[in-house]
Design a protein around this ligand. Structure first.
Ligand code: GDP
Ligand code: MN
Length: 385
């Protein structure tokens, strides 16, 4: 779950990382009044779930409250293209905060390295908006520390990675408490990404977080009610939001038109491949989970059909312990309660699959024996003129 910069900065502050004074504003008038309380030069930043806002034109400096209001009028409600998210995003809120006098821009981040199965701390003295180019052209300017979960981030480990990244001796001492606080915040919020870019060294010689990018592990949200409320769904696909509210594992695929429902992530993905191979275009990934009770079928089918592009639905259910005839009954009952206008093909495998297929014969649901046959059938029926 991505959270906004202003939310991430509040977390950083709680864990002891210095952040600029500021507040979020939803109207130009609010932008003015926040700027007025700060009583100095302010930076105004569009709050969207994407980096690269500077390059997109969503970060502006204002000299006074009047200017802050004018920038607020310009940016609020505006939709800009963000290359990093590869999409148009609407700016609903602005972070208005005191501008800092930047001397140096440092890059620090902690994220997961799945290959090493460790969290990794990444640092560079060449932070700022061009960090991607640094990574590409001067990879030696970026140093990494794979964090031992039992040791955490002791001072000596921080020192070693900062030394490797060629930080000045004077800077190393200032950086260590920031790195340790960042790691504490990362662990404490079950984050999968905690990035500060730039971490600013000011002309006055202080250190302060100029930006913050934060991703929280959704599977850990159950133990963080205080973080769940930070969720902002306005940038997420509306059908996905509804599916997640119902506890359904659903991912929508832009441009697809064959609805896919199966049990088990591997089976669903294989089904998507088979549909593609048969000349169809999958509209979603939906894992209905164990068994297929009528209630789950209705709910899942409702989600899949709420995508207006869907021209047909393929169920691929592998009944291991679950009996095929029970699954068939669930699907028949589930479909009955919905007004379905598109063809539905069902492939059942496993215990009592034949009995299940027998039950389907009395309906206009189309049974199929193999996955390949099912994919071919749904593609044929859905695209039939
Ligand atoms: P991002 O482009 O989405 O990563 O947004 P940032 O918050 O990192 O802002 C982009 C750039 O704007 C930074 O790299 C800075 O160079 C500049 N910037 C951000 N805040 C300030 C500030 O308070 N003062 C000054 N002078 N520049 C800032
Ligand atoms: Mn940034």
């Amino acid at each position: 779950m991505k959270i906004h910069e202003y939310q991430a900065k509040q977390l950083l502050k709680q864990y002891g990382v210095p952040v600029p004074e500021g507040q979020v504003a939803g109207t130009p008038e609010e932008a003015r009044s926040v700027a007025a309380t700060l009583a100095r030069r302010v930076v105004i930043k569009g709050q969207v779930h994407s980096g690269g806002r500077g390059k997109a034109g969503a970060v502006k400096l204002a000299g006074d409250a009047n200017e802050a209001e004018a920038i607020g009028k310009d940016l609020l409600g505006k939709t800009l293209f963000f290359a990093q998210a590869n999409s148009d995003l609407k700016i609903n809120n602005l972070l208005v905060e005191e501008a800092v006098n930047i001397d140096k821009e440092i890059y620090v981040a902690i994220t997961q390295d799945r290959v090493r199965q460790r969290d990794v701390l990444i640092v560079s003295t060449q932070g700022g908006m061009d960090i991607e180019e640094v990574a590409h052209n001067n990879p030696a300017d970026i140093a990494r520390l794979y964090i031992d979960p039992l040791l955490g981030l002791p001072d000596y480990a921080c020192r070693a990675v900062l030394f490797e990244a060629k930080f000045d001796k004077t800077l190393i001492g200032k950086m260590i408490p920031v790195l340790k606080a960042l790691y504490a915040a990362y662990v404490g919020t079950d984050a999968t990404l905690a990035e500060i870019n730039p971490l600013v060294i000011t002309k006055e010689g202080t250190i302060i977080a100029g930006d913050a990018k934060w991703d929280i592990d959704e599977n850990a949200l159950y133990r963080h009610p205080e973080l769940s409320v930070l969720q902002d769904d306005t940038e997420t696909d509306a059908i996905e939001v509804e599916a997640h509210r119902r506890g359904i594992q659903y991912v929508r695929l832009e441009g697809g038109d064959i609805g896919i429902i199966g049990n088990g992530a591997g089976l669903v993905m294989t089904t998507m491949d088979e549909v593609k191979r048969a000349g169809g275009s999958p509209a979603d990934f939906l894992d209905i989970g164990g068994g297929a009770k009528a209630e789950a079928v209705t709910s899942s089918l409702e989600i899949v059909l709420s995508d207006p592009n869907v021209k047909g639905v393929l169920f691929n259910i592998f009944g291991g312990i679950t009996r095929g005839d029970e699954v068939a009954k669930g699907i028949i009952e589930g479909v009955k309660s919905l007004d379905v206008k598109v063809p539905i093909v069902i492939r059942l495998a496993g215990t009592r699959a034949a009995e299940g297929a027998e039950l389907l014969k009395t309906t206009n649901l189309v049974p199929a024996e193999t996955m390949q046959e099912a994919a071919a059938k749904i593609v044929e029926l859905a695209y039939k003129k």
